[in-house]
Design a protein around this ligand. Structure first.
Ligand code: HEC
Length: 142
């Protein structure tokens, strides 16, 4: 099955690099995200991705992609697939458009009752938008 393949790949990645990434039966231990020099956005949740080119912090786009990549790998890839290539069991996040910003943020903050945890307490707003910026930098599905 595709899913066990990607979990195996991830486990290998975890052994090689990051400690503390636990994958068992879909449970994920949130991995702290070092947001480095990424602008801090405060508590008020923005309705648009500020790191998109042309956005309010668009000059941080490249940095956001970089930070988003490791934040995604540590926290989302276990379920949504490496480089956001969904195996079909979870939504393909590359399908979201820029008009889905609020929807994306709401989902990630609150989670869903069908298997998606809430990230409100574990990820800063800038980390969540950085992940979105990273996903947007990936090629769209065929
Ligand atoms: C434990 C598995 C799991 C992890 C980890 C996970 N998700 Fe999800 N996610 C899901 C599932 C399952 C759904 C579909 C839920 C539903 O249909 O209600 C989902 C749905 C979503 C959606 C809604 C997409 C849509 O098209 O409706 C977004 C956005 C999302 N996840 C983003 C993320 C991000 C960003 C991360 C990492 C910070 C993440 N998820 C981590 C399982 C996970």
């Amino acid at each position: 099955m595709e899913i066990s393949f990607s979990l195996k790949a991830l486990t290998t990645a975890a052994l090689l690099g990051t400690a503390g990434l636990v994958m068992a039966h879909g449970n994920v231990t949130p991995q702290p995200v070092d947001t480095g020099n990424l602008p801090v956005l405060g508590d008020e949740i923005l309705a648009e991705n500020p790191f998109r080119k042309g956005g309010s912090h668009g000059d941080a786009n490249a940095l956001a992609v970089e930070i988003g990549e490791s934040a995604y790998a540590g926290n989302c890839a276990g379920c949504h697939g490496i480089r956001a290539m969904s195996g079909g069991l979870t939504p393909d996040l590359r399908e979201l458009t820029e008009w889905d910003d609020e929807y994306y943020m709401g989902r990630v903050q609150n989670g869903t009752d069908r298997g998606m945890p809430s990230w409100k307490k574990t990820l800063e707003q800038n980390a969540i938008w950085a992940i979105r910026t990273y996903i947007e930098s990936l090629p769209k599905p065929e």
